[in-house]
Design a protein around this ligand. Structure first.
Ligand code: CP
Ligand code: NVA
Length: 306
């Protein structure tokens, strides 16, 4: 039975923790990875730009012995209207897996439904599970088992990262406070999934419109751009997000030991000030590095040796 990774809830809590904990062992060199992708091909269909996701996946695939085939939508018959269904059925006959970044989560679900091979979401307008899985690893690496007790605040736009954090809060049983403006909140479906999962795991997922409430005494403050790829809303949104900027005033409410995270790319001067970005850049680029380590283990999990 093929396993897809379209949203974080495609993993159960035990599997999600397994990936995070194994990533730490592999990163430290305590466990060796097999070349599980030896002789296998993975197609990467990207309709949006990417630096981290594309390169870390290509390197991870090569590390595991596989071959990545990078495909831009404009060069495929998709650009001329071929359906998700027919593209998935065709590619399933050539390659062993697909990694997809696009503008339509609905399209990706349809594609995965028809693909006979594992499909990984490399970001849609709704979710970015590879990023947040890796971010939870970064926090586990820093805080160990305490990660379930620290206060994590997400502050900013209710976008794909925000949606995915809500699910992560529930799945991993974290203590997560999310602050977004009233009119730019997360998708209710993802919020509900986070709340439902936290009933099982003992997590705490809380949504507010008050950034100060989320950041007060926080151990970690996370933010992302106010205008995601494909989001062309303008001044009204910028105005609504003004008080959600991660700056030194807002951070003065957090613990002295607070760490700041950003999935990158950052728009310095909007969601985060240059000063704050520079101060926490070691941790932010550790986050970026960890995409590679986590994805090696994710690939190993989704593509076990037959
Ligand atoms: N964080 C992230 O997904 O970065 P890219 O858009 O560069 O892949
Ligand atoms: N929310 C951002 C994340 C980029 C990695 C976007 O979708 O553009």
């Amino acid at each position: 039975m093929k396993r897809d990774f379209i949203d974080l809830w495609n993993l159960d809590p035990e599997e999600a923790w397994y990936i995070v904990k194994r990533t730490l062992k592999v990163k430290k060199g305590e466990e060796v990875q097999d070349r599980v992708l030896e002789g296998r091909n993975v197609a990467m269909i990207f309709t949006k730009p990417s630096t981290r996701t594309r390169v870390s996946f290509e390197v991870a695939i090569s590390f595991l012995g596989g071959n990545a085939i990078f495909l831009q939508e404009k060069e495929l018959q998709l650009a001329r209207g071929e359906s998700a269904q027919d593209t998935a059925r065709t590619l399933s006959r050539y390659v062993d897996g697909c990694i997809v970044r696009n503008h339509s989560h609905h399209w990706l679900e349809e594609f995965a439904k028809w693909a006979e091979i594992p499909v990984i979401n490399a970001l849609t307008e709704k979710s970015h599970p590879c990023q947040v899985l890796s971010d939870v690893f970064t926090l586990y690496e820093r805080f160990g088992e305490e990660v379930k007790n620290i206060k994590i605040a997400y502050v900013g736009d209710g976008n794909n990262l925000c949606n995915t954090w809500l699910v992560a809060g529930g799945l991993f049983g974290l203590n997560l406070f999310v602050a977004t403006p009233e009119d730019y909140g997360p998708d209710s479906y993802y919020l509900q999934a986070g709340l439902d999962l936290s009933n099982f795991t003992g997590g705490n997922v809380y949504l507010t419109t008050n950034p100060g409430e989320a950041v007060r005494d926080a151990d970690v403050v996370y933010t992302d751009v106010w205008f995601s790829m494909g989001d062309d809303s303008q001044d009204l949104k910028r105005e609504a997000l003004k008080e959600f900027q991660v700056n030194s005033d807002l951070l003065s409410l957090a613990k002295d030991s607070v760490l700041v995270m950003h999935c990158l790319p950052a728009k310095k001067g909007e969601e985060i000030t240059e000063e704050v970005f520079d101060k926490y850049s070691d941790f932010i680029f550790l986050q970026a590095e960890n995409r590679l380590h986590t994805q090696k283990v994710l690939l190993e999990f989704l593509f076990p040796k037959s």
